[in-house]
Design a protein around this ligand. Sequence first.
Ligand code: GTR
Length: 327
Amino acid sequence: MNLIRNFTAAAALFFALAGGSAIAQEITLRSSDTHPDGYPTVEAVKYLGQIVKEKTGGRIGVDVYHSAQLGEEKDTIEQTRAGVIDMNRVSLGPFNNIVEETQAVSLPYIFKSIDHMHKVMDGPIGEEILKAFEAHDLVGLAFYDSGSRSFYNAKKPIKSIDDLKGMKLRVIQSDVFVAMVNALGANAVPMPYGEVYSAIQTGVIDGAENNWPSYESSKHYEVAKNYTLDQHLIVPEVLVMSKTSWDKLSPEDQATIRAAAKESVSKMRELWTAREAESEKTVRAAGSEVVVEIDKQPFIDAMKPVYDQFVKSDKLKDLVSRIQATN
Ligand code: GTR
């Protein structure tokens, strides 16, 4: 950021000396996203960038590096903590092993519905979880939607929990995700998102799990045609900033970015709803076999050991019971 700042300061001076009237961008924040251009999270952060640019008279801009140009999520999180990347939009999953509080909202079937998730994340519990990032060199700005995650595989349609037995399924690099898949009788294989397509194609794994837009945009549907809507996880996504980059900003600029992040949430939700429908249409048209009706109770029952394993500290117990009590 310093280099860019020096360069833009020099450019501003040049414009001033040359009598130019352009307002130079003084700060360019680099933001990471694993998803391709056009994906709702990418567009939401671009939207935030536009607001910030307008509100600061062009002084601050946000460049979104989509398609994992800055790396896989686990690595970009470390780079954001180190101040190398300024902003990052990531699923809460890869944060599970770093920020304990994120585990509470990454537990299978913790949310009864998308509405329930919105109520929790838009309220005091959400604020508390956003604040928890600060102890880990990050500033939590906002939560985005991610629909619900379900299993897909290259082998056979999953019609009941028994069909999962022995399947090798990729999960996000999170102990909660690993425990969840193992508790269902399958074998969890934690792996970066970008490696999943070829791992399915070459038979290293049988499948993975994700929401409609990711199943579609990653093209995993081309190699794993069986998709079962067991909806085991409604796990939100988060937009964070590096504490190092944040501390370089004035309190006014920080407030502008916070407000723009909040404003980008409703935009994101609009884009999300549209993309979910579009993605479903695309994968169905491409021949995916979708199991819609499935008895979820055995899946829910199988999660008991996962809750026992992770909901141990007073902090987690308290968070989980407050989430469950939210209507
Ligand atoms: C997507 C999520 C990404 C990434 C991916 C994954 O739903 O939006 O941030 O975490 O899942 O499974 O790795």
